[in-house]
Design a protein around this ligand. Sequence first.
Ligand SMILES: *Cc1c(COP(=O)(O)O)cnc(C)c1O
Length: 415
Amino acid sequence: MNTNLTTERPTFVTHLECSWTGEIYEADQPHNLSRAGKPLLVRYDLDGVRAALSKETVAARPNDLWRWRELLPVRRVADIISLGEVATPLIPLTRSLQDLGGGEVLVKDEGRLPTGSFKARGLVMAVSMAKAFGLKHLAMPSNGNAGAALAAYASRAGIRATVCCPEDTPEINLSEIALQGGAVYRVNGLIDDCGKLVGQGREVTGWFDVSTLKEPYRIEGKKTMGLELAEQLGWELPDVIFYPTGGGTGLIGMWKAFAELEAIGFIGSKRPRMVAVQAAGCAPMVRAFEAGDEAAIRWEGAHTIASGIRVPQAVGDFLILRAVRDSGGFAIAVSDEAIMAAVESVARADGLLLCPEGGATMAAYKQALADGRVRKDERAVLFNCATGLKYPMPPVHASLDRTKPINFAGLSEAD
Ligand SMILES: *Cc1c(COP(=O)(O)O)cnc(C)c1O
């Protein structure tokens, strides 16, 4: 029995706050964007958390996302919808970096989470809160993984889920959404076009919009990546974090987590440089970062094999750019060719099957090492946000005919 899921614990949410104007919103009721049209952030009584929680208390609990309860918004265990949100491992890369002579590189392998991606962290929180609020129908645009996580948790909670996906979303994502009880539609457009449909349908259907950052609790779930990482590294954050950035929820969430950890006395003021990794075919944050802009305009004609980061426009653009700049980090774009090469090299040399978005972080690390933005003596963490098994892989043509003599000596090592 997982006591995290059965033990009532004190919670510390005080209110929500507009990330743009600071305007205050009441907790414990459903919210979307603020009146200013910006994301709402959940605020806690951090002095209270500081008094209630020690590192030892956390360490003594079962090792999953719910061990962080005092820093999470769900008030009652009865509302927790769990599918086993395990703490994900940090896998050191060794052989795939040999030729580069890079420093310590750890992959946070988020593919181990329910539904095979870190979208589970955000959606387990959003759906648990939706259950607490008595919401009956949730909807979102998705490039695949978020929709799958929504469908899974919503079904488990007895809540309806509707998902709009770009028409070229990987087939397996559409199937898993449908099989897990979500209504899923292909839309002839990109994810922000899908988001507009979700907004338009609201009035007639009564569904609640759980789009990235248009709903305040997904970021609280994704924040646990930062909490978990700090604990795993002995409360010493790494020098640099490479994060594949679409809507940016995870990057913004981790940045928030670090601030909260410092406020409760678990870490000091040292922060990693946050690196927003994007695909060359869809790099609105990189363009805005390099131009010195505070916000990012829509990227037209977005295309990349890394569908999870094919997000032409992000409502949290200013929060991503602020975190990247405040941390002394940067935004970097990598080509699809570099992404594929990185996936292949890590799979072959280190036996770790990255998703394309994870491959993008490896490609970006290599690029940054080469241009001096990351040094060899630095500890870097790369985020692999989904299991590589969800994505198309190169076909295999080799076969053996057991009815004929086989030239075993002529078998090649790996084609
Ligand atoms: C959603 C997703 C991302 C981007 O995450 P954000 O926090 O929304 O920027 C990256 N990789 C994969 C595999 C994803 O599913």
